[in-house]
Structures are given as structure tokens and as C-alpha cells.
Design a protein around this ligand. Structure first.
Ligand SMILES: [Zn+2]
Length: 208
């Protein structure tokens, strides 16, 4: 299945804030491929515990993923060794991929000529880019923002973490929606700044 020569496939990154309908799009895309008799493989990094081995859209539909990607897994080798024929790779929660894994997806696109569509968040609740999202923003052929609306009517770009309904600005980057008392809401830049009470350039902001 190794196709050499001019690659037509591309690496896509569809990014948006939480609850922007990313998973719904994946399920729709998968359906469209299957309807044409083509094989789409749905993957997601195992670090996301939401729905375990399922992807769950906010409108209630769900599907078991074809593969959970482990932290140190080489996705290129995986596709070559474990999958016979693949027409499309769909990755949910792609922000949790490592930088290397995103690079491996790019190699899949180029060497195997398989399009890879990644869906995920751009930033965490502190407005810092997830490693996988950063790398995708750097190298993806096509970037598409999936837009959603802030309560004020502007475009929601940021994720705000709440614990017991109160906004928090400290904590680990990964805390999954629905676990314990952690919930999220989304906000435009101005509302994000108001809710987190931080100017973006703030003396206490720690840059990595
Ligand atoms: Zn707003």
C-alpha cells in the first residue's frame, strides 16, 4: 500500500473551542466515507478519558473508535503494520497527540498518501496551546476554525474551567469535562479575560 510519487493527500487541522461540534463532524465524515464504501479509521489519544474508547458528540450520538493511540505509540508504524487498507484517518481530541505523533501523521500523508483529518482544541483553560495543537498549527496543510459563539455574541475562542461553578485559573492542563466537579465554558477573548481576571500580558503570567 506504499504509494510513492506526488502526494495528493493533506494533513488537516479543524480546531475550535470546546463544544463547537467537532465530534459531530467526525461522525458525519465517517458516515460519508462508509456510504461510498471507503474505509475511514477513527483514532483518538488514550489520554482523553471522556467516553473511553468512544467518541461522544454533544448532540448524543457516539461511536467506538477504531484505535486508541498510546502516548509513546508510533502512528506511522501502526498504520503500516496493523491496518490493511485505509482511505482516511480521523483523529479526535488531536490536541493530546505528542509533537512527534503529529510529525508521524505528516509522514503518513506524504509517504502513504492517506489524508489525515485532526480535530481538537487549540488551547487549554490558561489559553496555552496543547503540544499536539501547536504542532498541527505549525505544519498542517489546511487549517479550519470551527466557530462557536460566546454568551456575548462574539466568536468563542477560549476555554474557561470551572470547579463547582467557579472559574479557576490554576491546575493541570488536562482535566476532562464531567469528571468530578470540573466543567468548562467557552468565551471570546474579552469575556475570557474578564472571567479569568487576567490581562493576557500580566506580570504573573508564566511563559513556558
Ligand atoms: Zn464574549
Amino acid at each position: 500500500m506504499l504509494i510513492l510519487g506526488d502526494s495528493m493527500a493533506k494533513l488537516y487541522f479543524f480546531y475550535g473551542a470546546m463544544n463547537s461540534g467537532k465530534t459531530t463532524r467526525i461522525l458525519q465524515c465517517n458516515y460519508n466515507y462508509e456510504e461510498k464504501g471507503m474505509r475511514a479509521v477513527i483514532m483518538k489519544p488514550a489520554t482523553d478519558t471522556k467516553g473511553d474508547d468512544k467518541i461522544v458528540s454533544r448532540i448524543g450520538s457516539s461511536k467506538k473508535v477504531d484505535y486508541l493511540i498510546k502516548k509513546d505509540e508510533n502512528i506511522f508504524d501502526l498504520i503500516v503494520e496493523e491496518f490493511n487498507h485505509v482511505d482516511l484517518i480521523l483523529v479526535d481530541e488531536a490536541q493530546f497527540l505528542t509533537t512527534r505523533q503529529v510529525n508521524q501523521l505528516m509522514d503518513i500523508v506524504i509517504d502513504l498518501d492517506i489524508p489525515v483529518m485532526c480535530y481538537g482544541l487549540r488551547t487549554d483553560f490558561k489559553s496555552n496551546g496543547f503540544p499536539g495543537a501547536r504542532r498541527l498549527l505549525e505544519i498542517a496543510h489546511e487549517l479550519t476554525e470551527i466557530k462557536s459563539i460566546c454568551e456575548c455574541g462574539k466568536k468563542a475562542m477560549f476555554n474557561v474551567r470551572l470547579i463547582d461553578g467557579k472559574v479557576v485559573t490554576e491546575g493541570e492542563s488536562v482535566a476532562i469535562d464531567g469528571e468530578g466537579e470540573v466543567t468548562y465554558t467557552t468565551a471570546c477573548s474579552r469575556c475570557f479575560r474578564m472571567k479569568t481576571r487576567h490581562r493576557f500580558d500580566h506580570p504573573e503570567t508564566k511563559y513556558e
